[in-house]
Design a binder for this molecule. Structure first.
Ligand code: THU
Length: 146
């Protein structure tokens, strides 16, 4: 699916709604993410922090987990909603998790801060030369069922 055939408004609204539920008492940085599966279904999630800090779960990975729990393994797109002077891209760990379930996908980045322009990039730009499941002998990629 290319970026122009995706209903970004729908995906961004789902990410915004999830962001409103973010549990971010330590950083105060609320993140919402919505992933679009190849089926057309949308899975949204927010970041969930923890008093031990290191156990924090990013919104993007939480959204991917929701997609997998629903039985869907092909990622078509992702929208991420944050707040601040520029739209915030997924962290390195989340990029690697996204790369497990797609060769490449459009990544739409939105800041709720007034006047900040949204931008669309791609997973291959954010994570060139990703380590992929296919690099492990005997696996089916990406996100394939064994
Ligand atoms: N965070 C995300 O949810 N996604 C990212 O890709 C970057 C960071 C969260 C983790 C933490 O709760 C807060 O943002 C500050 O790092």
């Amino acid at each position: 699916m290319n970026a122009s055939s995706i209903d970004w408004n729908l995906l961004v609204q789902a990410a915004r709604d999830a962001r409103n539920n973010a549990y971010a008492p330590y950083s105060s940085f609320s993140v919402g993410a919505a992933v679009l599966g190849a089926s057309g279904r949308i899975y949204a999630a927010c970041n969930v922090e923890n008093a031990s800090y290191g156990l924090t779960i990013c919104a993007e990975r939480a959204a991917i987990c929701a997609m997998i729990a629903d039985g869907e393994r092909n990622l078509a797109a992702i929208a991420v909603v944050t707040e601040g002077p520029e739209p915030s891209p997924p962290c390195g760990m989340c990029r690697q998790v996204l790369a497990e379930f797609a060769e490449d996908v459009p990544v739409h980045l939105v800041s709720v801060t007034p006047g900040v322009m949204a931008r669309t990039t791609s997973l291959s730009k954010l994570l060139p030369e990703a380590f992929r499941p296919a690099m492990l002998p005997g696996t089916i990629a990406p996100g394939g069922r064994p």
